[in-house]
Design a binder for this molecule. Sequence first.
Ligand SMILES: [Zn+2]
Length: 278
Amino acid sequence: MHDGYDELAVGGLTLRGSAQGGVRTCLTVPEIGVMFDVGPMFRGVLRYDRILVSHGHQDHLGMLPYLVSQRQLMRKPPPEVHVPREIVEPLRRIFDAWAAIEDFDLAVHLHGHDPEDTVDLGNGRVARAIRSHHRVPSLCWLIERHTRRLRADLVGRPGPELRRLKAEGVEITEPHVEPWLAVTGDTRIDLFVQDRRLQEVRVLVHEVTAWDDRRSVEEMRAWGHTHFEEFVQVADRFRGEALVLVHRSLRHSKRDAQAMVASRLPASVQDRVHVFGT
Ligand SMILES: [Zn+2]
């Protein structure tokens, strides 16, 4: 297995992958059938036909041409790769350059997205692009589950009455959207602070790159990243089931980060926080 690979089961999902700040980031979620970013290769990544990309830094995207060529060798279809609109053209040039070097065309379907664009994943699942705050054009990806549920004004009514209404042709259900999983990619904390969807999502995978004063908050903000001290101030706004902190710099061990979660984060949120990545 690839060094640095981790796995966590939360909110009905299995998060599997690698998330080392500045080195490699790649997360797969088998229950939804998507892969977020393309840092390293590890067992199982070739089976993902759909890839949601946060931004064009090499630790998040550098392995894409290699992944595409490996899939092609295994006769898999071209992957559907969803990226910030601004990087589609430069990416095409990269693929053209590899085609020239290798004398072999690489088949990939690149889709450029603006904030609030949606991608239908099937089975009532939708991926929504949200603008994140990094040094280059970047997107946080939010996975929503679209279902129907009993109309709010009918909750608590007896079963026979509901059956009668239904028999009379009354629509007794209404659309319901559950924010299920959000993966921020690299971002300043402003995204979490300003967008309530990030506070209410069931599982939030958020970057925290620096964990102590070896790097200052100001420095992290200038590079478009989140510092743990910033999370200490706002973590209690999280209403979901699991807050998964990723993209830890190699300066900080997992054990140290877990100790800081236990000692610094408010008790109200602490037991819902997971430090991800080896
Ligand atoms: Zn980055």
